[in-house]
Design a protein around this ligand. Structure first.
Ligand code: SF4
Length: 352
């Protein structure tokens, strides 16, 4: 157990967690909503600090993140737990798992305990150097839930010259965001929809506007590189008017150069009976986004699709070719289009 950083003491030894927007007021001896934080003696402790359930080296494209060091490899780590319970979650075995105070966890509906190995933050840096990766990514489960561990590891990563990234649902407080603000380079956020109805259905929350505010703060206050993903689930979040409103918000608040990944849903978990998204529906949404004025929408989870390429929004030059599975051909000169010289938003220079 690790003493948490972001909480306030309340009366009768209760304590209020200030990590995510659920802001649980936890009685003594009880767990927070996510079950990764416990109140012991009026203080909150993290049960998952350093408890790694998943670790691997993977390309930045799988996050997906297309405008930040394309073609680079990242050490990607995750723990267990989430502050959402998305019925179609593809990582539900770890995201919906319940940890205990000894560093083990149980997959929902199963009794068997799985030990999550403890890796000190310093060990992540050693592995990163050994694997010669460009960066350290917190992904697989919601990184907000082990914010203290992520902050420590990312601080060391920055000192070691590595880049850092979160793959997040964005459901965190401004306290938590500010806690990692100066050591987090790239914020890859799932935007599940643009209405209370959609967020209630997918994430089990309604205050989605606070997620949008967190994204704005990440970009405007902390200068993070931001990319957004919307996994299009047929009949759930594919309402065209809602998606058009989302695109309008992206352009207005984050800028027309913000990459937006429109990804294909494949049946998972409690939504295994739902259909996969048709390619035509994705293409239709892609065209709507372009028409509305977004420069860099992408289609994701469709191998070899030409709308996964980066094409200069000024002159139409092919800048990054991703048509072949696993291959990324970068044709930029620095951050500029070789055709017309336009500056492409993002970070494209690689380390020597
Ligand atoms: S991280 Fe969120 S869900 Fe978990 S205890 Fe804190 S406020 Fe509650």
């Amino acid at each position: 157990m690790h003493h948490a950083s972001l909480y306030s003491k309340l009366e009768n030894r209760r304590a209020q967690c200030r990590v995510c927007l659920r802001r649980c007021a936890i009685p003594e001896g009880a767990l927070g909503w996510c079950k990764t934080r416990i109140n012991k003696g009026g203080k909150i402790f993290s049960l998952t600090y350093g408890r790694v359930s998943s670790i691997m080296v993977s390309p930045v494209e799988v996050k997906p993140m297309f405008h930040f060091l394309p073609g680079s490899n990242w050490l990607s780590v995750g723990s267990v737990g989430c502050n959402f319970t998305c019925p179609g979650c593809q990582n539900w075995e770890i995201a919906h798992a319940v940890p205990d105070i000894k560093g083990s966890y149980c997959i929902q509906g199963q009794d068997k305990k799985i030990q999550a190995e403890y890796l000190a933050p310093e060990v992540l840096i050693e592995i990163s150097h050994r694997e010669r990766v460009e960066g350290l990514s917190f992904t697989y489960n919601e990184p907000t839930l082990w914010v203290e561990y992520a902050q420590r590891a990312m601080t060391l990563a920055k000192e070691a010259g590595l880049s850092t990234n979160w793959v997040t649902n964005g459901y965190l407080t401004s306290d938590a965001l500010d806690y990692v603000g100066n050591c987090l380079d790239a914020f890859r956020v799932d935007i599940k929809g643009f209405s209370e109805k959609t967020y209630r259905l997918i994430g089990g929350i309604v205050d989605y506007r606070d997620i949008l505010e967190a994204v704005r703060r990440a970009k405007l206050r902390w200068g993070m590189h931001v990319e957004l993903v919307t996994n299009i689930i047929p009949g759930v979040n594919d309402d065209r008017r809602e998606l058009t409103n989302l695109v309008g918000w992206i352009i207005r608040e984050l800028g027309a150069g913000t990459p937006w990944h429109i990804t294909r849903f494949t049946p998972q978990h409690q939504w295994s009976g739902y259909p996969a998204t048709s390619i035509e529906a994705l293409e239709d949404i892609y065209r709507m986004a372009k028409q509305e004025g977004l420069h860099y929408p992408y289609i994701g989870n469709v191998s070899g699709h030409p709308f996964a390429n980066t094409v200069c929004s000024s002159c139409g030059e092919l800048l990054i070719d991703r048509r072949e599975a696993g291959s990324v051909v970068v044709r930029l000169s620095g951050s500029s289009c070789p055709g017309c010289g336009a500056l492409i938003p993002g970070r494209f220079e690689q380390k020597a």
